[in-house]
Design a protein around this ligand. Structure first.
Ligand code: UN1
Length: 531
């Protein structure tokens, strides 16, 4: 499938770059291993670095697909300096003009949807449909950001003083540090970057060490557009690396906003470091998402949402469905439907569109899947769809696992934890208050859903006595949010909001302005101060 990629599709290549060794296109064309990919770019050039190398292995077939050099302190400093310089110029571009560049990025992504989607699927392991879907999210956020570039509105207020006008405006913030996870190796970067760009910020992106080629591909795509539009060097930079690089970014006072997606553990350390310097962080961390299945649910329709939510991206979305809270009166019927559906799932090469479920990201993820299953069994969980690691032809990478289902009780400890794998827990409930309490009774607060045709129940679930999550859906699963809404969650999910609605405000600084056009200088609060 890789060979089908049209050699004319050079946006994934380094053709816009001085150093052709970074060619993702060559990688895609021939699967040739390139040992000398630079992982550090300012948008116009790839920088030399003495940083450690990152090996990218595809979980699909276990092959080594590239070796990328991570940022060392020197190249990181160059990137940050260039970004600072670029900000001085970029913030002066009118926002609709910045939006025009983002519009062209959206067009480029439309052109490269197929190869980029395939690369996502091959490097990360999600199904091809989901790989394309991820690129579609990027296109959607570009469209959203283009409109936004003419709508960065502030309020005006009535002053208490005569002859005075008061209003607020939003200014660009500066360098936005973007730390993303392997599971959405391109979309989450674009949610942040496209908004930040129209807001007049410049971006420095650290993709996951597990998906470095996706980072290189995106950097190449935007570089082509940027060059055509004379966008200053440093407006979008790429720095690859691991934990240490993340720490440099979190501690860097040149970066007023750090947007980080990943585990709650990672988010806590980013928040502590950024908070200690009174910077701003936008966190999108773990979820432990549940769907409540009411006795009044359309069970056949609910099934699709539940199964896709649990096994989509092999259970590696932060929005993946981890728990089903099912009414006791329909518990057995729905359980049977689920078991039947799980037995129809085809697991295998995600680039083969006949398969529903691809591999986990790596063997470490497989170990975590196995550990959660062991713990679940020890605590008394009853597996009604058996787990397992697949072996034999087509599964040589060792990363393919069986999506499984366990019956558990609400007080089991394992149910409190997010395992980034397709393990689904079933819990029985008696009344809606109890179901909502179970749904809310975990440390995380990202996504939630209720399946019901009963208006009273639906509204109760959505009321302030209902779900405590950032996302609450009715008759839709927990995953697959559209970009137009603000995306993020409460509690250990970190409280940040990305992508749609007014999430853009996080990427700007607010300024309140009062202008006196009278002939006096009256003080507020009626204070008298005569000279
Ligand atoms: C994530 O898993 O970090 O709602 C993001 C969804 C996708 C995004 C998930 N639109 O499932």
């Amino acid at each position: 499938m890789i060979k089908e990629i049209n050699p004319g599709d050079t946006a994934l290549s380094a053709n816009a770059y001085k150093d052709n060794s970074t060619s993702t296109y060559n990688f895609l064309k021939s699967l040739e291993i390139r040992e000398n990919n630079s992982g550090v770019s300012t948008g116009l050039q790839w920088l030399k670095s003495k940083g450690e190398t990152i090996a990218s292995h595809s979980p699909v077939d276990g092959k080594l697909i590239a070796v990328v050099t991570s940022a060392d302190r020197e190249s990181y400093t160059t990137v940050i300096n260039k970004a600072g310089e670029a900000f001085k110029l970029w913030k002066m571009w009118p926002s609709p003009k910045r939006g025009e560049v983002v519009r062209q990025v959206g067009d480029a992504l439309r052109r490269y949807k197929q190869p980029l989607g395939k690369l996502v699927s091959y490097e990360m392991g999600k199904s091809l449909q989901e790989g394309y879907g991820e690129v579609q999210e990027m296109i959607d956020i570009c469209d959203f950001a283009v409109g936004l570039s003419r709508q960065l509105h502030g309020f005006t207020m009535h002053s208490e003083r005569p002859g005075h006008r008061m209003y607020e405006q939003w200014h660009p913030l500066g360098i936005v540090g973007i730390i993303t996870a392997f599971n959405f190796p391109v979309a989450v970067w674009s949610w942040n970057t496209m908004l930040a760009l129209v807001c007049g910020d410049v971006c420095v992106w650290k993709p996951s060490e597990k998906t470095p080629l996706c980072g290189i591909a995106c950097q190449n795509i935007i570089a082509e557009v940027f060059q055509k539009n004379n966008v200053p060097e440093g407006v979008c930079s790429l720095v690859q690396g691991g934990r240490e690089l993340g720490e440099w970014m979190a501690n860097d006072t040149n970066i007023p906003l750090v947007s980080a997606t990943g585990s709650t553990k990672m988010g806590k350390s980013v928040a502590a470091a950024v908070g200690a310097r009174l910077g701003r962080s936008l966190l999108e961390l773990g979820g432990n998402n549940a769907i409540i299945i009411s006795k009044d649910a359309d069970l056949d329709m609910s099934l699709i949402g539940c199964v896709f939510g649990a096994v989509g991206t092999a259970g590696q979305r932060c929005t993946s469905t981890r728990r089903l809270i099912i009414h006791e009166s329909i518990y057995d019927i729905f359980k049977d439907k689920l078991v039947k559906a799980y037995h129809q799932l085809r697991i295998g090469d995600p680039l083969d569109e006949n398969n529903h479920v691809g591999p986990l990201i790596d063997k470490e993820a497989v170990s975590m899947y196995l550990a959660a299953i062991e713990r679940c069994k020890k605590e008394g969980g009853n597996f009604i769809v058996e787990p397992g690691v697949l072996k034999g032809k087509g599964f040589e990478s060792g990363c393919y696992v069986r999506p499984c289902i366990a019956e558990v009780t609400k007080d089991m400890d394992i149910v409190q934890h997010e395992t980034f794998a397709p393990v689904l827990y079933l819990i029985k409930y008696h009344d809606l208050e109890e179901a909502i309490a179970i749904q809310n009774g975990v440390p995380q607060g990202l996504s939630s859903a209720m399946m019901t045709l009963n208006l009273r129940e639906a509204e109760q679930f959505l009321s302030s006595a209902g779900s405590d999550c950032g996302i609450a859906n009715v008759n839709i699963g927990t995953s697959g949010a559209e970009i137009g809404g603000a995306f993020g969650g409460e509690k250990e999910t970190g409280g940040g909001r990305e992508s749609g609605s007014d999430a853009w405000r996080t990427y700007m600084r607010r300024q309140t302005n009062t202008i006196n056009y009278s002939t006096n200088l009256p003080l507020a609060q009626g204070i008298k101060f005569d000279l």
